[in-house]
Design a protein around this ligand. Structure first.
Ligand SMILES: [Zn+2]
Length: 328
């Protein structure tokens, strides 16, 4: 590298510990942040309470968090961390169909600055986003240099090795999209396959619930469809293959399959939530099964099974995505 020549020009030299120095001071390389991040940090110091009351946009918050983490502005770092965590809650009850922007940038930021609590929600947002938010392969502006893609550097804070980081602070490409490292993409592909397999099991066909038949008058009421039949006709909501009337659609396999086909398959729920099974299971629960002719026991059993499946899927994401557990 010609270190000796460079040192004479820049005033740099090797210190007693072998560490690079400049004008007698040890040089610390801080790669996780940039001068523009530092500008945002200075603005945040000026803004003070107004930022607490009205948090800045995501990219400003990210810049403040990077600068505050790298330069150890502890109070700002704590505030920025909590604000980011509020943007990306990890509880399943906070998940809605509404997309949250900047998920890939959040994953990079969370790993740079040590904010693991935001990862689950950010990863799920990527999982249900087309191409994980990385843009199409034929987009020339997004073409990656494979050698550059996985490039990382070791960040040194106060001379201590902290961790391996993407080489630039935001990891953005020319079109402004945040590029995810290859290992992250592989992890997302594998997790999406698992989610998809579960959704196909749950939604491609009705589960074979066994209906106990006629509802009991104490614990069950007739399905709404039968109660809405014209008075006097007493027409049941369905007729079994043997011609006998049944009190619940689930007791008749053909009728049950037809309902499922109309409500879930042709109703687009199956197709629309292939990559978002958590919300897809919400959609299954929200169908008016009682009005469709199912008895209360079948209705309750279905809802209960889907809620349990939903929670299990959400819990499984911790392992599939390699998330830290037990500290949230
Ligand atoms: Zn039933």
């Amino acid at each position: 590298m010609g270190d000796g020549d460079d040192a004479r020009v820049t005033g740099e030299a090797a210190g007693p510990s072998g560490r690079r120095t400049m004008d007698g001071c040890v040089v610390y390389e801080i790669g996780v942040t940039t001068a523009s991040d530092f500008e945002c940090l200075l603005v945040a110091l000026d803004e003070g309470m107004s930022y607490v009351i009205d948090p800045p946009p995501f990219h400003t918050l990210a810049a403040i968090l990077r600068a505050a983490s790298a330069l150890q502005f502890k109070t700002l770092q704590t505030w920025a961390t909590r604000t980011l965590e509020q943007m990306w809650p990890s509880d399943i009850s906070d998940l809605t169909e509404e997309p949250v922007p900047n998920a890939a940038a959040t994953v990079i930021l969370a790993k740079q600055c040590g904010v693991p609590k935001v990862l689950k929600r950010a990863y799920y947002e990527l999982l249900r986003t087309s191409a994980f938010g990385q843009g199409s392969l034929d987009d020339g502006a997004d073409a990656m240099d494979e050698d550059e893609e996985d490039e990382i550097q070791i960040i040194s804070v106060n001379g201590r090795l902290e961790s391996a980081m993407p080489k630039n602070a935001t990891n953005q490409n020319k079109s402004g999209r945040t590029r995810l490292p290859h290992a992250e993409i592989v992890r997302l592909i594998e997790t999406r396959q698992r989610l998809l397999a579960d959704w196909v099991t749950a939604a491609a066909a009705p589960e074979p619930f066994k209906c106990s038949g006629a509802p009991s008058s104490q614990t069950d009421e007739p399905p709404a469809a039968s109660s809405s039949a014209p008075s006097g006709s007493q027409k049941p909501p369905s007729v079994a293959g043997n011609g006998k009337p049944v009190a619940c659609v689930a007791a008749d396999r053909a009728a049950n399959d037809a309902k499922w086909s109309r409500l879930v398959l042709r109703g687009q729920i199956f197709e629309n939530y292939l990559y978002d099974p958590i919300i897809g299971l919400d959609q299954l629960c929200e169908i008016k099964w009682r009005q469709e002719g199912y008895c209360k026991k079948c209705h309750d059993a279905r809802i209960d099974a889907w809620r349990r499946r939903q929670k299990k899927l959400w819990d499984n994401l911790d392992a599939w995505l390699g998330l830290p557990t037990g500290r949230r």
